[in-house]
Design a protein around this ligand. Structure first.
Ligand SMILES: [Zn+2]
Length: 258
């Protein structure tokens, strides 16, 4: 039912492509099997991300037009990059009765939320972002570009999912919330760092313009010019959520000892 609700809503608002709907449906079923509250947390992530993405969307698309592909709906790869590790760890946590894996699950989803919130809010209010590594000014939408507004949103997105999801494990509510919030923010940071350093970046020789688009806004085919060719934004997102999981587990362990 939860899975159906997610996909029906996504279809109505056109926030997911057809493959994205199937991926979200699968994630919804697995999360529901892992526990009702895990499923509710996943729905909260999907709904908040979709609302933020659609909020003043034409304005954001105009800002990132030179940098990002012109798509509005998320496909299966994007859904799995954001929710895959969460669903995997939440299912394993329930079937193996492992509290450790609950920390990993929530850290992963909090990282996905952190990344989405920072991207959407940072694009609107962050002004000209700077590269997290070199502090050089970059265009809005460029992976690795950060702003003060983006950092604030990254923290808020992580805390939101951490607080909500921590109710899944009432006996460790506070510790899980703190660890997942730290993991979420850390995973979001890792996403930016990987995006700034090794993620594939392309160049339009006609406009002399850095971009993530295969075909630039001008119609010219771009060439791979920096980073690892196959390391797409989706894979970087998946790495970010995995990092969030690891940090949340470590933070949970440290908090339990302290
Ligand atoms: Zn161009």
């Amino acid at each position: 039912m939860a899975a159906g609700a997610i996909t029906a809503g996504a279809r109505k608002t056109r926030t997911l492509s057809e493959s994205g709907q199937w991926a979200a449906f699968g994630c919804g079923i697995l999360a529901t099997a892992a526990g009702w509250w895990w499923a509710a947390t996943l729905i909260a992530f999907f709904v908040s991300s979709s609302l933020l993405t659609r909020w003043r969307q034409p304005e954001k698309m105009a800002k990132t037009e030179g940098t990002l592909p012109r798509t509005t709906d998320r496909n299966a790869r994007q859904v799995l990059a954001n929710g895959g590790f969460f669903v995997l760890f939440a299912s394993a946590s329930t079937s193996l009765r492992s509290e450790l894996l609950a920390f990993a699950a929530l850290g992963a989803l909090a990282a996905a939320s952190s990344d989405t919130w920072s991207t959407e809010i940072g694009t609107l209010f962050g002004g000209t972002p700077r590269m997290i590594t070199t502090r050089a000014e970059v265009e809005p939408g460029m992976s690795g570009g950060v702003s003060l507004a983006g950092f604030g949103a990254a923290a808020a997105g992580a805390v939101f999912i951490a607080l909500l999801g921590s109710l899944s494990v009432p006996q460790h509510h506070t510790r899980l919330a703190i660890a997942a919030a730290i993991g979420g923010f850390g995973g979001g940071l890792a996403d930016s760092l990987i995006g700034a350093t090794v993620q594939s970046r392309r160049f339009c020789d006609r406009c002399r313009h850095w971009t993530e688009r295969r075909v630039h806004a001008c119609g010219f085919r771009t060439r791979h010019a920096r980073g690892i060719n196959w390391l797409s934004n989706d894979l970087v997102n998946a790495c970010g959520t995995f990092t969030g999981a690891v940090i949340a587990v470590v933070a949970g362990w440290v908090l339990a000892r302290g």
